[in-house]
Design a protein around this ligand. Structure first.
Ligand SMILES: CC(C)(COP(=O)(O)OP(=O)(O)OC[C@H]1O[C@@H](n2cnc3c(N)ncnc32)[C@H](O)[C@@H]1OP(=O)(O)O)[C@@H](O)C(=O)NCCC(=O)NCCS
Length: 287
């Protein structure tokens, strides 16, 4: 049977989240995670559903893509069909053809796992490698060290604190308390925790959200930031260690993150917290 692509309705989100959960495994190259959908949920369930593209064969979901902005598709597949030629050809046709409603004409990019056949096909259509990203990973078999600062798990009544630290961490951030609640209302948030680190004076200085994909699977940090007035005092390292500990408690086998290699401070911070930098990966871009 032919492969079909669909845009799920809001009631189809659960199936996509479940597929992404199942596909996470240690040793797999960096790939779209249920936490990425969870973080996208800040725009609401309807917008998250509208940004999703799902490919099926015989009813089975083979690939899930998230339009993370109008010009970036973040895509992954079930592990056993990474090299499936029919799927790779269909995905290629769909992403290079604007009329198919996946990516628009002009300058666009795709993030896909390194071992996906799509990576070999797109360059045949003139796509090139984009800027390098560094995936980092911490094994969670052994307990994590103490972060050394006060860490709070943030509940609904403290969402504004988490939102304010993130706003003060990322340039041009439009993150609000309302958006924090939208994230917390999302399906993937059942396996997530928001943490805030406090300094000795009781000021909220760093924030992270961690996303588990279930017992024995890699979890991710998204996003992580330190308030711009409080950088250079070890809070980035501390909140990252706290994030790893929270993921371990949620049953994750490892903590993972992917950051542009140009974000030297972030790469240094994750390494300082014990993460190992893996081989760089690059999006494929056109235009
Ligand atoms: C990245 C960020 C979290 C670092 O926070 P921080 O509190 O200043 O970091 P720390 O003080 O804990 O430093 C941790 C390590 O990173 C290093 N580091 C921090 N900033 C650095 C910089 N600009 N350049 C080089 N190294 C840097 C420190 O020297 C330290 O290394 P060490 O432990 O080996 O001495 C902060 O700059 C930030 O919030 N940036 C914007 C948001 C962001 O990019 N988040 C990550 C997205 S994936």
């Amino acid at each position: 049977m032919a492969i079909m692509m669909e845009v799920p309705g809001a009631d189809g989100l659960g199936e996509a989240v479940d597929a992404l959960r199942r596909w996470q495994q240690d040793g797999s190259p960096w790939q779209l995670h249920p936490g990425d959908l969870g973080w996208f949920w800040r725009s609401g369930a309807e917008a998250t559903a509208a940004a999703l593209r799902i490919w099926r064969r015989d009813g089975r979901i083979l690939a899930v893509g998230l339009l993370d902005g109008a010009d970036l598709l973040r895509l992954t597949t079930a592990p056993d069909v990474r090299q499936d030629e029919e799927l790779a050809r269909r995905l290629t046709e769909d992403v290079i053809t604007p009329e198919r409603g996946v990516l628009p004409a002009g300058k666009v990019a795709i993030e896909a796992p390194k071992d996906a056949l799509l990576q070999d096909l797109l360059p045949e259509h003139g796509w090139r490698l984009d800027e390098p990203w560094t995936p980092l990973r911490l094994d969670l078999t052994e307990p994590v060290q103490d972060p050394g600062v006060r860490i709070e798990v943030i509940g609904a009544e403290q969402g504004h604190v988490h939102a304010a630290v993130l706003r003060a961490s990322f340039d041009k951030s439009a993150f609000t308390t309302e958006r924090w609640h939208a994230v917390a209302s999302g399906l993937p948030y059942a396996d997530a925790r928001s943490l805030v680190a406090y300094d000795d004076r009781g000021d909220a200085v760093a924030a992270v959200t961690v996303w588990s994909a279930g017992e024995g699977k890699p979890g991710i940090l998204e996003p992580m930031g330190v308030h711009r007035d409080h950088r250079g005092h070890g809070y980035g390292r501390a909140i990252t260690i706290a994030a790893a500990a929270a993921l371990r408690e949620l049953g994750s086998s490892s903590a993972a993150v992917n950051t542009p290699s140009s974000n030297v401070a972030a790469v240094a911070t994750y390494r300082s917290a014990g993460f190992e930098a893996l081989a760089e990966n690059r999006d494929l871009a056109r235009g």
